[in-house]
Design a protein around this ligand. Structure first.
Ligand SMILES: Nc1ncnc2c1ncn2[C@@H]1O[C@H](COP(=O)(O)OP(=O)(O)OP(=O)(O)O)[C@@H](O)[C@H]1O
Length: 239
């Protein structure tokens, strides 16, 4: 099967610093790949190269088997991206924000479809018609996740998706990601959260200083062992 996402010896220099160094991994339809690493490891940078916002200095990135640089628009059309700090408008309510951003992405959605997505992320009904400037961080994050879902793309790139969510919302989010993968989507999520990565991912790649220094895969029907990944993360961080 052609991987939905592939980094092939991806290297990237930003402001003269090597930020990604020969990074290779793939994520296939139906898979959740978690790129785990500390601050500055290069996680967000990796996502930005898949979106064509940054160009590799060496190697390549492919979306649906096609090099991103060859057709950036085609790559972006397949991807819903949840940025680390989603910018939604404070003076608009949740419905207005979602309609507006989906319109920009060329998608027309009904109020019922928006409600279904907001149900999926468990944003309370009473909040949906309130201006988002009154939203908590978690409520904003839920709305941003709903926006990514409503894009209805085969690939999701999620940057620290659970930041700002409470423990119940995090568990619900993980269940949702697993359901999306079971329905054939490809999810690449970047995170600092060892537990969350192991909870949800089929594969975890450990990124440190721009290098992929470890790779962990779930055995059939099992989860990746959190202790093992945590030990590797801690060991590398101390190195
Ligand atoms: N706009 C930029 N210009 C130049 N260098 C940058 C820029 N943004 C990030 N970097 C550098 O690239 C490296 C990787 O940053 P990146 O944001 O990809 O890390 P990250 O793993 O996502 O970190 P975090 O967990 O803190 O979000 C860091 O050394 C950072 O200083």
């Amino acid at each position: 099967m052609t991987p939905s996402l592939e980094a092939r010896s991806l290297s990237l220099v930003r402001d003269g610093n090597v930020v990604l160094n020969q990074v290779s991994f793939t994520a296939a339809p139906g898979e959740v790949y978690a790129l785990l690493g500390g601050n500055g490891a290069g996680k967000s940078t990796t996502l930005l190269t898949f979106l064509g916002f940054l160009q590799p200095s060496g190697g390549k990135v492919l979306v649906g088997g096609r090099e991103v640089a060859a057709d950036i628009e085609a790559a972006r059309a397949q991807i819903a991206y949840l940025p680390e700090a989603a910018s939604l408008y404070g003076h608009l309510d949740a419905y207005e924000n979602l309609s507006y951003f989906l319109d920009l992405a060329g998608r027309k959605v009904t109020r019922a479809a928006i409600d279904a997505a907001l149900d999926q992320v468990a944003l309370p009904h009473a909040a949906r018609t309130r201006r988002m400037q009154a939203f908590s961080k978690g409520m904003r994050q839920k709305t941003a996740i709903a926006l990514a879902l409503l894009r209805d793309t085969p690939i999701l790139l999620l940057d620290e998706p659970t930041s700002g969510l409470d423990p119940v919302a995090i568990d619900e989010f993980h269940d949702m990601v697993k359901a999306l993968a079971a329905a054939g989507r490809t999810v690449l999520m970047v995170t600092h959260d060892v537990y969350g990565a192991c909870q949800v991912a089929d594969r975890v790649g450990l990124l440190r200083g721009g290098r992929l220094v470890g790779s962990f895969e779930a055995a059939e029907g099992q989860r990746i062992d959190t202790e093992t990944v945590h030990a590797a993360f801690a060991e590398r961080e101390a190195a």
